[in-house]
Write a protein that binds this ligand. Structure first.
Ligand code: AMP
Ligand code: MG
Length: 337
């Protein structure tokens, strides 16, 4: 038996939670947080859930682009004028984002926000072509000047902004899993929107995660059994509006400043959620060919793509014909498109 949630791009198949297991949802970081875990001592289990939710709130307060008081919002204002000193945590995450930019040839680029702030998907607002092109010229991760010794960040050009929306949720999930591990919890799932990480098994069996159909929220295109991995899905159905038959959504191609439109969804399986989060956004921008080529040359990373025609594409190790391995089990196609 499973339940489907419209809020989750990854649909977690659940059975009733029994003794020692605790499951809770909360709305934090502008998304749905789910934590499900086991500990034989109910007090420890309760504490685990509370710590996860508190950690999510802490990271949201530091990294939300929507809170004027967040460290990220402050950086966007102050780094225009001069080098702005940030916390070790923010500096390190920005550095990791820059590493993903190098790895993906600039498909992942947190300076996408130099254009991104001109869109409001809820209000169906977008820049016209001239404004978009002008702002897109500011997107380049090299426009961030990072001082490793002083932990400062400066923008080399006026108008540059950053946003960590493509990596912060995965980072938060990793932090939460670390907290739980430090408490001695060995079986858990932590999800923040489309980003999840799993430790251990669930009642002696792998966790089962479904990938939803990008066009029909209550249909799944694949179900994958997983243990001790992270999974992220990026989709064009999460934040979008349509105008004259064109879908404007929240994943921006740094080259154009416009939404990337070759794919409808990308699911990445990786050892940690920071990686799966950043790579799901990156592969979405890269498209089928370049995206799969990147995934196939990265050890320990797998991908399932749904292209703009609804066709499924798998990375080499996930080809459905292959026998299911313990960690990267072959995806089972459950509905045809
Ligand atoms: P995800 O759902 O993980 O793919 O994250 C999408 C979010 O990533 C968007 O809402 C933006 O905040 C951010 N984003 C969009 N385009 C890019 C890009 N090219 N590089 C890095 N982050 C991006
Ligand atoms: Mg992502």
């Amino acid at each position: 038996m499973y339940t489907l949630s419209l809020f989750l791009s990854l649909l977690v198949i659940t059975v009733p939670v029994s003794a020692g297991w605790l499951k809770e949802n909360a709305d934090i970081m502008g998304t749905r947080i789910t934590v499900e875990l086991f500990h034989p001592d109910p007090a420890v289990a309760r504490q685990g859930v509370d710590r996860v939710l508190a950690e999510m709130r802490r990271i949201d307060h530091a990294m939300s682009p929507y809170l004027a008081t967040s460290e990220l919002a402050q950086l966007n204002i102050r780094a225009r004028q001069h080098a702005f000193a940030v916390s070790d945590e923010l500096f390190t995450l920005i550095q990791r984002a820059q590493d993903f930019s190098d790895l993906t040839g600039g498909a992942f680029d947190i300076t996408f926000a130099s254009v991104g702030f001109l869109y409001d998907y809820r209000k169906a607002i977008r820049p016209d072509a001239a404004r978009r092109k002008k702002a897109a010229a500011l997107i380049d991760y090299h426009n961030l000047v990072m001082d490793k010794d002083r932990h400062t960040v400066a923008f080399s050009t006026p108008g540059v902004r950053i946003d960590l929306g493509g990596i912060a949720k995965g980072y938060a999930v990793d932090r939460c899993i670390r907290l739980l591990q430090d408490m001695g919890i060995r079986q858990a799932l932590v999800t923040a929107g489309g980003d999840s990480r799993i430790i251990g098994d669930r009642w002696g069996r792998p966790w089962t995660i479904g990938i939803r159909d990008p066009r029909e929220a209550d249909k799944m295109v694949a179900v994958i059994p997983l243990m001790d991995v992270a999974v992220s899905t990026s989709g064009d159905y999460q934040r979008y509006f349509e105008e004259d038959g064109v879908r404007y959504h929240h994943i921006i191609d740094p080259q154009s400043g416009d939404s990337a439109r070759e794919l409808r969804s990308v699911t990445i399986i990786a050892p940690d959620a920071t990686t799966s989060d950043a790579l799901s956004t990156s592969v979405f921008v890269l498209g089928t060919r370049a995206g799969l080529a990147l995934v196939n040359r990265l050890p320990g990373i797998d991908a399932i793509l749904v292209d703009r025609h609804g066709e499924l594409h798998y990375s080499d190790e996930l080809q459905p014909a292959e026998a299911a391995g313990e960690r990267h089990a072959a995806a089972t196609r459950t509905s045809a498109h």
